[in-house]
Design a protein around this ligand. Sequence first.
Ligand code: FAD
Ligand code: PYC
Length: 416
Amino acid sequence: MKRYSIFSLARNALSRHEDWPAAWRSPEPKTAYDAIIVGGGGHGLATAYYLAKEHGLKNIAVLEKGWLGGGNTGRNTTIVRSNYLWDESAAIYEHALKLWEGLSQELNYNTMFSQRGVMNLAHNLHDLRELNRRVNAIRLNGIDSEILTPRQVKEFCPIVDISPDLRFPVMGASLQRRGGNARHDAVAWGYARAADARGVDIIQTCEVTGILREGDRVIGVETTRGTIRAPKIGVVVAGHASVLAAMAGLRLPIQSHPLQALVSEPIKPVIDTVVMSNAVHGYVSQSDKGELVIGAGIDAYHSYAQRGSLDIIEENVKAICELFPIFRRLRLMRHWAGIVDTSPDASPIIGKTPVRGLYLNCGWGTGGFKATPGSGHVFAHTIARDEPHPIAAPFALDRFATGALIDEHGAAAVAH
Ligand code: FAD
Ligand code: PYC
């Protein structure tokens, strides 16, 4: 018997795009634009919005192979924070966090951004030393962060078990009070609506199948809806960046892995913060609908399949139930995966490429949702001016040749 998931039903609906009422349909693509953004996730839509708003570009298209926000933007666990170790990372994630703080007003769309705090637990002495080092670095960058004792952890989040005989005893935590979460699809829709209002053509069910070059510069793309010409092309396709780059003859240091998450059945409010644990590869928050939103570490193998293996979820849920004994009787309601693109130093790649007019934004791995506004903002600047925004400059592709890596593994919230 054929079984359907929500995503396969949505995909089927999309395959009959021409049957949709006219008001739902994307516009027909023009044959030429001033700039094309490939990828209708949060980053691509934010890029198009800031291109139109801050750089005066009028003739822009966003090309999306599926539906808006159907990639990682609609599959992630929405943690927003800026508690990163290195100055370069602190600059870009704090830039994004500041934009988050005014985003609902900016877009006139409720992104349900909630600064409920993000707590990272330490379960051994090494964790604790690592967190202390990171908190000191974060504070030197003028960003809020503090260390909590086990008792303070319990005061801040009473349902965490801090008894010392646990398999993963809680020895302390770091807390960023300005961190929190948001509503993932609202971010895609908010940017899409605001970009549309500024004249951006947002074209769904339009897969880019080729990148056209003339000598060392791009001149357009081949798509499932015809050839579209443009002198500037921004590629923002998390999980598939290597595939798109290969179309232009480039090889990227990027790997694609599934990353899974799940939600429980909805319950009354029990947790009003976000709790993460690197050591157990698990984290949890509660959505406004009451579901516990639980995420795991990445699946180690490579895949584009948007589904992962159950053993990861099993270990993840075991650890979460040990830390939060009151979750043990809850039922799992849905589980899914996205495909994240990891770079060798766990930092993004943003900027120009050796092909003139082709710009890349990828490699955000497990942590790009929080960056959405900042990423779109600095990428739009980079594309419009054909020179990196100062915050984006350290994240250029050539760092893998120069060796100026930004090794953020220590700050990754879930294992890479
Ligand atoms: P996407 O939303 O994936 O958008 C890319 C789009 O490109 C897709 O819609 C795709 O269909 C489209 N596309 C691909 N190929 C083509 C093509 N050939 N032609 C046209 N379109 C194409 N980050 C955090 O900061 N906090 C978290 O808590 C967090 N949790 C996560 C949990 C999970 C389970 C997952 C999977 C990820 C998580 N992330 C988190 C990471 C975050 O989701 C991503 O880094 C971020 O959403 C990337 O956004 P994007 O807009 O670049 O990508
Ligand atoms: O980057 O904070 C993060 C994150 C949490 C879960 C996945 N990514």
